[in-house]
Design a protein around this ligand. Structure first.
Ligand code: ADP
Ligand code: MG
Length: 698
């Protein structure tokens, strides 16, 4: 199909957009009018009606009209002007920290105000802090807005007013035609509106638009755009997969005897689920095009031993393997496990992390390059340019959600000296619901370890208010006196370091450790957090592993992989601040030994409805898939995959869970476009992923 030239017209072609404004737009990644049109509102403000205070709920943004009852200037931590308002249905506190004579003169008892802001729970009832407001005079009030007000992702120097103006200009230009091609048009389910109409509705919902549907993303206009976005993501991943399929990889047939010796030496028998995964992986590795396989298995399901079998296939064929972990602690643990298992078989293991001294690093890098290492284990340090594995046949990435798609692909180049690229195995303990996997990992095949090794006992989980911390400490002390060990997890390093949901700072790990030590002088309390040097972290972890400390107070750095079977109790502070999948990962650290295990989720009251739903889910189920699915419903895919920072998987409007019904059609359409109109795929990918399709680049 042909595409109109307008699609590349720069924003400066719009009236009122000069160089200065264009430069600011560029900071949002917007250079063309088309890109501006796909800069979609994050949400809407409803300024079309007033809400009676009696109907306001915490967290709601609303227009309120009320009378000032009385006013005071309070001095607590900060001086504030506090006005108490009422509208006959309830009372609302207005709090201004920045105020002068003007504000004081406006806020006189009897004055009538119109406010727009977010209602929050205050000390007594609801309050608004620095809402927009103006004083209503006698007589009739000015009219309210007649359409929903869009709120765009903004940036320094480019606020909502400017964004509303330029998107308005872009929409006017769109109406003239010849700007955007309706690429997906023919494939779009019939009940959804055409592209232009969908864009118009989403940017400027007309009066009478279904507000709730727009906010929830279920409006046909949203679904129309979501269809296209899902199509762009899906097609780009399918294309990557096609490209990978057309590449060549070393056929790693392995050495049956080596594998048999490895298995015979293990202290346990592999589970049927592990056997199945190993079978799938070995079959792929023996082929001469690169494997791209995701190994999913809940926390503790035994992925490491599967990885070891895969590595042996490479090594047994005379190639090198590489295993990459997201943290030093985890890399270290993998190194020890794999060296224990494999060195007796004559496998030469090496390791590379940021903590090596320059000299040691140089030596290790040289040994790797000389082919004197069969298996190299490490962290991000393996990404560095000078690290070369001349016969790299297999890359294994553990806990993939910490890495972006593009990083993963960059790893392929590590061994790309000839025309052959290494195979890839990606392991994740975040069980990814099928709907999301189809979109996020459409370039990968999947193996699932769906059963835990025998003998694991479920972890009992309790949700406890922080007000009962003393009882919890007592419980910790008792467990330790019985010879068990305890994890005490704090979401943050220092008070106020980063403000959490609702601005409550988490308790500091360091402070918590000091406090616990003071409460229980006979316990040996260690502390582990991201600020420690790698060597200190490692020493602290080793101390705990060896049983030389009773309690390990830690930030979420212990989230992944760490294995201490004697630890049977875990306390998680401020559990309400953490995501479900993350809590599930943390909880997976206990329940590995002979003791009955307990996980106590401490929360700071009051708990929001959302927070309660999350913690209850966790208390009631230990099925990682259920938990991930709930998490996805509650928080969205970017958070669940943890790739938002890596920029790989942030949807602008689609939500694979909500829009699951569109996915079969998306898949069909992607395959069809890839086969029949590759240029259309380029255009779609450019439109939705833009420069963001770093996927193919390093
Ligand atoms: P994860 O999938 O979370 O990475 P690990 O590979 O760390 O899990 O395995 C968790 C624990 O289970 C380890 O101590 C490992 O040695 C043990 N394990 C793995 N497979 C089995 C099995 N088939 N039977 C018994 N224990 C096993
Ligand atoms: Mg693991």
């Amino acid at each position: 199909m042909t595409r109109p030239a307008g699609e590349t017209a720069p924003v400066t072609a719009l009236p009122g957009v000069g160089q200065a404004l264009a430069a600011r737009l560029e900071r949002l990644g917007i250079r063309t009018i088309a890109e501006l049109l796909f800069h979609l509102p994050l949400r809407y403000q409803d300024r079309t009606r007033t809400t009676p205070i009696g109907e306001l709920v915490a967290g709601q943004e609303a227009v309120v009209e009320a009378n000032v009852e009385h006013v005071e200037v309070v001095r607590r931590r900060r001086r504030a002007l506090v006005a108490h308002l009422a509208d006959g249905t309830g009372g609302l506190t207005l709090r201004l920290f920045h105020f002068g004579a003007r504000q004081q003169s406006q806020m006189t008892p009897g004055a009538r105000l119109r406010l727009y802001g977010e209602a929050r729970r205050g000390q007594v009832g609801l309050e608004m802090v620095h809402p927009e407001y103006h004083v209503l005079g006698q007589g009739t009030a000015p009219p309210l807005a007649d359409a929903l007000t869009p709120v765009y992702p903004a940036t320094e120097g480019l606020g909502q007013a400017a964004l509303r103006r330029v998107t308005g200009a872009a929409l006017a230009r769109l109406e003239q035609g010849e700007l955007l091609a309706d690429i997906a048009g023919p494939a779009v389910p019939g009940e959804l509106p055409p592209l232009v109409e969908a864009l118009r509705t989403v940017h400027r919902p007309p009066p009478g638009a279904a507000i709730a549907e727009l906010a929830a993303g279920t409006h046909p206009a949203c679904r129309r755009l979501a269809f296209e976005e899902l199509l762009a993501h899906h097609a780009s991943l399918r294309r990557l997969r096609q490209q990978a399929r057309s590449q060549r990889a070393p056929a790693l047939a392995g050495d049956a005897q080596l594998l048999a010796r490895f298995r015979a030496g293990l202290p346990f028998a592999l589970t049927p689920a592990q056997e199945r995964a190993i079978g799938e992986i070995l079959r792929d590795l023996a082929a001469s095009h690169p494997m791209l396989r995701l190994l999913q298995g809940d926390v503790g399901s035994g992925k490491t031993v599967v990885a070891a079998c895969a590595a042996l296939a490479a090594i047994g064929t005379g190639w090198q393997g590489m295993l990459m972990a997201p943290t030093e602690v985890l890399a270290e643990q993998h190194y020890r496990t794999l060296a224990d298992w494999l060195e007796p078989l004559g496998v030469r293991t090496g390791w590379l992390t940021g903590r090596l001294t320059a000299g040691a690093r140089r030596q290790e890098v040289a040994a790797i390059a000389a082919g004197e290492r069969d298996l190299v284990i490490g962290t991000h340090a393996l990404f560095q340019r000078d690290v070369e594995l001349p016969r790299l046949g297999l890359v294994i990435i553990d806990e993939q959600h910490r890495f972006g798609v593009h990083q993963r692909l960059a790893l392929r180049e590590k061994g790309d000296h000839g025309e052959r690229v290494p195979h890839q195995l990606i392991m994740t303990a975040t069980p990814i619901p099928r709907t999301l996997a189809m979109t996020a990992y459409a370039d990968l095949d999947t193996s699932v370890i769906d059963a835990l090794p025998p003998g694991r006992r479920p972890v009992k989980t309790a949700v406890v208010s922080a007000g009962r911390r003393a009882e919890v400490v007592e419980r910790v002390a008792v467990a330790c006196r019985e010879g068990q060990q305890v994890y005490w997890v704090c979401p943050r390093i220092e008070e106020g370091e980063s403000e959490g949901e609702g601005g409550r700072a988490g308790r500091a790990a360091i402070e918590a450790a000091e406090w616990l030590q003071a409460e229980c002088p006979d316990l040996r309390v260690g502390v582990l957090h991201g600020r420690l040097r790698a060597r200190e972290k490692e020493a602290e972890m080793a101390r705990f592993q060896a049983g030389d400390s009773d309690v390990l107070v830690a930030t979420t750095v212990i989230e992944v992989g760490v294995d201490v079977p004697n630890a049977a109790l875990m306390v998680i502070e401020n559990a309400e601040l953490l995501g479900l999948s993350q809590l599930h990962q943390l909880r997976g650290r206990v329940g590995r030994g002979a003791h009955d295990s307990v996980c106590i989720l401490l929360y700071e009251p009051p708990l929001s409805e959302h927070g309660r739903a999350r913690l209850t889910t966790l208390r009631d189920t230990s099925d990682g898939f259920r938990i991930a699915e709930r998490d996805l419903e509650l928080r969205g895919p970017g958070e669940v995959l943890g790739t938002r920072q890596a920029g790989a998987m942030a949807f602008r409007i689609a939500d694979p869970m909500r829009d699951a019904a569109l996915l079969p059609r998306v898949r069909e359409t992607a395959d069809q476009l890839l086969a029949e109109d590759p240029a259309a795929v380029d255009a779609l990918v450019q439109r939705w992923l833009g420069a963001g399709e770093r996927y193919g680049e390093a």
